[in-house]
Design a protein around this ligand. Structure first.
Ligand code: PHE
Length: 340
């Protein structure tokens, strides 16, 4: 009797059950009224009195074990089935999946690029890790200019001739070297400056710079191009004003303000009650720059301008803290979905 129980126990341990049919077969063989365990109970009456307690215990524990295995097998088969159903039921409603949105900086960059594309400016790109010549020297930065100082520029330790570009004017220097005029190009891209991060400044930001070189390009052309841009970007009512400024690579140089699109020029806290918002730097390309890049400065003139994409995005979307553009906080970014 004990041997019989041990053998059945072994059989149970060795079993593996994968299908519903096998499970039913198992139930019939072991657990049903005519099954092997029930027949042990029938044999039990023939066991001697002394052995009864032990054998009784063995049969009961075998029965429990068989019932437990049955339950486990059943559970496994059911969950397998459910997985299959997941794979196969193509009629189930689609689960909502969250689509990403374009980053506000990309939206504004694309909008700026589109506006200039429409009047014939083509995109040019260049390296973010640049040499001194294209960031500074070609652009007429005197050797001792403060922008070359470690304060503003990330230099590469091993080679003082290599730095992260501080503006995308470096791309324009490359274009001028390689393309005979007429040139009409814009260079969008990421730039780097060694600045403390605050609500208004970051060590990484984005620019779109433009360059136009041809015969007889004048300051009036620059002004009209920028007026067109301002109206396209901020609305037909927008006015511009140019204030004298200084950049090593342009002469004369100016900074451009647009009339505040929030208060319409009346004065509000966005424009600090001046009615104007500063958005870009510009000027006529310094003849030295043309010469440095192999263009005949007697024959050709040009204008250039450059703007920060974050600055425009802050004005457009009323974002008060520049750092939000870099944090990838979904709650912030989600507000721009649908703004394609
Ligand atoms: N390169 C300038 C800057 O980084 C912007 C600029 C471009 C100014 C072209 C004038 C002309 O701020």
């Amino acid at each position: 009797m004990k041997n019989k129980i041990e053998t059945l126990k072994q059989q149970l341990n060795d079993l593996s059950i994968e299908t519903a049919e096998q499970l039913e077969e198992y139930r019939l063989q072991f657990l049903s009224k005519k099954g092997k365990i029930q027949s042990l109970f029938s044999d039990f009456k023939n066991v001697s009195k002394e052995e009864k307690p032990l054998v009784g215990q063995m049969i009961n524990s075998l029965k429990n074990q068989a019932q437990e295995s049955y339950n486990t097998f059943k559970e496994n088969i059911r969950s397998d089935k459910e997985e299959d159903k997941d794979e196969l039921d193509l009629t189930r409603p689609v689960e909502f999946s969250h689509f990403g949105a374009r980053h506000p900086i990309s939206l504004v960059r694309n909008e700026i690029v589109d506006i200039f594309n429409r009047i014939g400016f083509v995109i040019s790109e260049g390296p973010e890790i640049e040499d001194d010549f294209h960031i500074f020297t070609a652009l007429n930065f005197p050797q001792e200019h403060p922008a070359r100082d470690m304060q503003d520029t990330f230099f590469i330790e091993k080679d003082p001739d290599v730095a992260l570009r501080t503006h995308t004017s470096s791309v324009q220097a490359r274009v001028m070297e390689n393309t005979p005029p007429p040139i009409r190009t814009i260079s969008p891209g990421r730039v780097f400056r060694n600045e403390a991060i605050s609500a208004r400044a970051h060590c990484i930001f984005h620019q779109v710079e433009g360059l136009y070189v041809d015969k007889d390009v004048s300051f009036a052309d620059l002004k009209q191009t920028l007026l067109y841009f301002a109206k396209e970007m901020f609305g037909e009512e927008t006015k511009i004003r140019l204030r004298p400024s200084y950049f090593p690579f342009t002469e004369p140089s100016a900074e451009m303000d647009v009339s505040c699109n929030i208060c319409g020029g009346k004065g509000c806290n966005v424009c600090k009650y001046t009615g104007w918002l500063e958005i870009l730097g510009c000027g006529m390309v310094d003849p030295n720059v043309l010469r440095n890049c192999g263009i005949n400065a007697e024959e050709y003139t040009g204008f250039a301008f450059g703007m920060g994409v974050e600055r425009i995005a802050m004005l457009k979307y009323q974002v008060k803290d520049l750092r939000l553009f870099f944090e990838n906080d979904k709650r912030f970014l989600d507000q721009f979905s649908g703004a394609f």
